[in-house]
Design a protein around this ligand. Structure first.
Ligand code: ADP
Ligand code: X15
Length: 396
């Protein structure tokens, strides 16, 4: 893997694709800067070498052209603080201003370009647009793991203009190494814990994992589709009626492959989708018609924790319940606690997926697991065995 360690950036201008698609509140404060922190070592190494840095990113999914809401100018002051450098900003990612500011950049200086997605050419992977971007640096670095599953102008196409001067940043390298370690060199037993809302989002990952894991724990909203498929009564719980056969097939496949597929047995049953709901723990296949399961029950939490405790590699994707409400965060917290305890006695734990990372952050456990991925969709696609365009473009 060609990383930025293979080059001394002294006197060089690096064009770095980062993923600064960070969550902002109504006052444009960054609510989670994991992705900015993640790209910092790459930027600092290049500056320390005596190089200059031009940063490019998208923010959100702007529909039509420049909008204040999606401007990257909102992150400049925070980024300056994190880097300890006064970051310059270009109000457009291409054009005269960007060109001049990039041309005048001195060693040790950093320029951030405006949101790439203000041009539809970015997502279309337009070659002419990529070429314009390529003029802003002499070396191309991709450190945008969170966007590596997109074949966009700045993540993939631009690399062709740097045939001998394209490198992976440290974040990209760390993400790929950790994902690879879990997938291909896990210490056993290897347990995957899947949760979240929908089976349909995770189906390919579940199938791919059946060839890799010893235990596959399924919790969260998606577990009810499995319970329903077995003929259980799940009340108003989340279900995908068109995925019942698929759920049964997955259970059968797991049996054939000798994978221990573990479903919850009880649920925290609620009378409404709210933090103030009245709740009780009961069997998740006997939920009254007007009620719904919004978390796994305590019996399931204990069972999941036992399996996690006995594991040496852990992959967690998706919460066990509606953890955004404290009332339904108990199961997710129990799983997080078990993962932290296993990590402390030497297991390797990889946390992926936007909501699992948010849950770990909410419980202030980010420092107590082995690795929290900055990728949601990108990590899932990598784990499913797909080639990521952002990775392929550097390796080409
Ligand atoms: N039992 C449940 N009923 C309804 N929603 C649930 C349930 N369990 C989890 N969820 C919701 O699933 C969402 C996360 O799903 P998903 O996006 O698939 O996870 P991730 O982003 O980690 O991949 C969370 O917002 C959570 O509230
Ligand atoms: O937030 C992102 O991905 P994620 O929602 O899968 O974590 C990336 O920045 C990619 O954004 P996109 O899904 O709009 O291409």
């Amino acid at each position: 893997m060609k990383t930025i360690d293979d080059l001394n950036f002294s006197g060089k201008k690096a064009l770095i694709r980062v993923d600064f698609n960070v969550p902002l509140d109504a006052d444009f404060n960054i609510t989670d800067d994991n992705r900015i922190q993640g790209a910092t070592p790459t930027i600092k190494k290049i500056l320390a070498d005596g190089g200059a840095v031009v940063l490019m990113s998208h923010l959100g999914r702007p529909k039509e052209g420049p909008t204040d809401k999606y401007s990257l100018k909102h992150i400049v002051s925070h980024l300056s603080k994190v880097l300890g450098v006064e970051v310059q900003f270009a109000n457009d990612c291409i054009g005269d201003e960007a060109r001049e500011k990039a041309a005048n950049l001195k060693p040790g200086e950093v320029l951030l370009l405006e949101n790439l997605r203000f041009y539809k050419e970015e997502e279309k992977g337009d070659v002419a647009f990529a070429e314009k971007l390529s003029k802003l640096g002499e070396v191309y670095v991709n450190d945008a793991f969170g966007t590596a599953h997109r074949a966009h102008a700045s993540t993939a196409i631009v690399a062709q203009f740097f045939p001998t001067a394209k490198y992976f940043g440290y974040l990209m390298a760390a993400e790929l190494n950790n994902a690879e370690k879990v997938l291909n060199h896990p210490n056993r037993p290897f347990t995957a814990i899947m949760g979240g809302a929908k089976v349909s989002d995770k189906i390919q990952l579940i199938e791919a994992l059946l060839d890799k894991v010893d235990n596959l724990i399924i919790g969260g909203g998606m577990a009810y589709t499995f319970v329903k498929a077995r003929g259980g009564e799940i009340g108003k719980s989340l279900v995908e009626m068109d995925k019942l056969d698929l759920a049964n097939e997955l259970v059968k496949k797991a049996e054939e492959k000798g994978v221990n597929l573990v479903l919850p047995t009880d649920a925290q049953i609620a009378d409404s989708f709210s933090n103030d709901a009245k709740t009780y723990d009961g069997p998740n296949d006997q939920i009254p018609a007007d009620l719904q399961g919004l978390d796994i029950g305590n019996e399931s939490s204990r069972h999941f924790a036992e399996i996690i405790s006995a594991s040496n590699t852990l992959l967690w994707n998706g919460p066990m319940g509606v953890f955004e409400f404290d009332t339904f965060a108990r199961g997710t917290k129990a799983v997080a606690d078990a993962i932290v305890a296993a990590t402390e006695r030497g297991a390797f734990s990889l946390i992926g997926g936007g909501d699992s990372a948010a849950a770990i952050a909410k419980f202030e456990m980010t420092e107590h697991v082995s690795y929290v991925s900055t990728g949601g969709g990108a990590l899932l696609e990598y784990m499913e065995g797909k080639e990521l365009p952002g990775v392929a473009a550097i390796n080409a």
